[in-house]
Design a binder for this molecule. Sequence first.
Ligand code: HEC
Ligand code: HEC
Length: 481
Amino acid sequence: MLGRTTPSLLRLAGIFVSCLIFVVVGCDDDEIVTPSPDQEFARIVEQFELSALPGIPYPADNPFLAERVSLGRLLFFDPILGGESDPGLKFDAGLDPYRYRANDMACATCHHPDLGFADGRRLGAGVSGAQFDDMDLGPSRVVPGLSMVTEDPIGIVPRNTPTILNTACNGKDSIDAVFDGTQFMDGRAQGLEEQAILPITSRDEMAGDAYGPDFTAEDAQDAVTQRIRNIDEYVSRFQQAFAGEIDGPNDITIEHIGKAIAAYERELVTPGSPYDQFVEGNYDVFTHQEKDGFELFFGKGLCGDCHRGPMLSDFKFVVQGVADDYESIVPGFEGKNGEGGDWGRFHADEVALADQKFAFRTLTIRNVEATGPYFHSGSAGTLLETVEFYNRGGRGPQDLSDAELAAEGAVRHASIRPLGLTSTEIAAIVAFMKTTTAPVQAGPLGVDLATTPQRVPSGLIPPGVPTPEGPGPFLMREEDR
Ligand code: HEC
Ligand code: HEC
């Protein structure tokens, strides 16, 4: 609604101001008043509340501390967080814990710096994904594989892996960046601290079958906490990062682990893109095509009805009707619902949100060039395909039909309707979206946030780092075997 009333109000105000100017300076009566391109850009920036990437909002109980960021970076890349990465468990299975890492999982296995802090895959690949080469990352990972513990099939994650770049600036049902912004496409976590301790509890993502058949989230969190407590280097780093709170190993809790990981993720912001410069008024940074794309994105394309504000997302949940198409990715895969599809927001609370089937959070456009495939199911391989989806109003043979949506009580958002964009216009919109690309900011104390640490305190090998030659300095202590 706002999207359509505001422009006419603004236009009226504009005409009023122009009339005043005529009266004051006595302009020719029949002169046609068209705003200059720059005035039009400024109007769009104002109407859609666009801005450069805002400053990072910090929670009061997890302020910026360089030691915490460095610690979080090590945890993020350390396979010690993965259930089946447990050195003791591998040792018991007769495997060299230092060399065998086919079932190892770190956060960075799926959110890897080389892949835009996503994984370049349609659907996430968790435990067992590196079956053929234990260094496999992203699209080379193959799931399902087998659990090292039970030999049961494992590892298919029923959603596309989003980037964690700029998630520090996620909003909560509004465009405003808040420290406890919505995480996940169905919004089931608020804030990076809460989110960070969940992947380790998911069987296919990280836990595997390491914690028994009916393990609870607490079982997984307790086991991971205990492993961290057993590693001296982590203990001393936790003491530094949480001075006054942590004196010895047993003071380390899962909440501290979550806070440290969140502290690292929060710094993964990408300010200074051409887009950021443009919305600050430096209009020369865009090519003609990018300028056209900017106007189309917020005009004829209707994209700005949802993609607006500092993150180019309103952080609301809307029904678009993107098909899951799991059958073409993993034949026979049951999907998030167990019925081959994904009901989105409904999964966050199946009672309270019973009427929100197929609703997903508006995702950011920032850095989107580096983070494909797109949509919750990865069903759009390229940015071009995303715009084609919108251009056909989400109503192609491969999309969810209005009838299929209605059968589950869902109604497609009114702005998802045929747009009549030409191929030139579509290309311009794609070019515009790529203007949001920028590198991760330089880290505190010279820490390079966006590179993989070559070693982590567990002695396990971080994702993407080649297995070193020789016997290796495996760090597992005698008493942990
Ligand atoms: C097996 C792959 C995999 C692993 C391992 C993994 N993630 Fe994710 N991550 C995903 C997928 C898939 C989603 C989207 C899930 C959803 O929205 O329901 C996601 C979502 C997220 C989000 C939310 C981003 C947003 O804007 O909504 C954050 C933050 C995140 N992961 C951080 C982490 C951290 C921290 C770890 C390690 C503790 C981790 N991930 C481990 C695949 C993975
Ligand atoms: C009605 C609100 C709405 C409109 C209008 C809209 N989007 Fe989206 N956009 C979303 C939602 C919601 C998602 C996530 C959907 C999903 O994953 O199923 C999304 C996802 C995307 C993605 C994928 C991001 C990723 O990381 O996977 C791109 C790219 C995108 N939109 C571009 C556009 C463009 C270009 C337009 C205009 C032509 C547009 N959107 C119009 C709500 C909207």
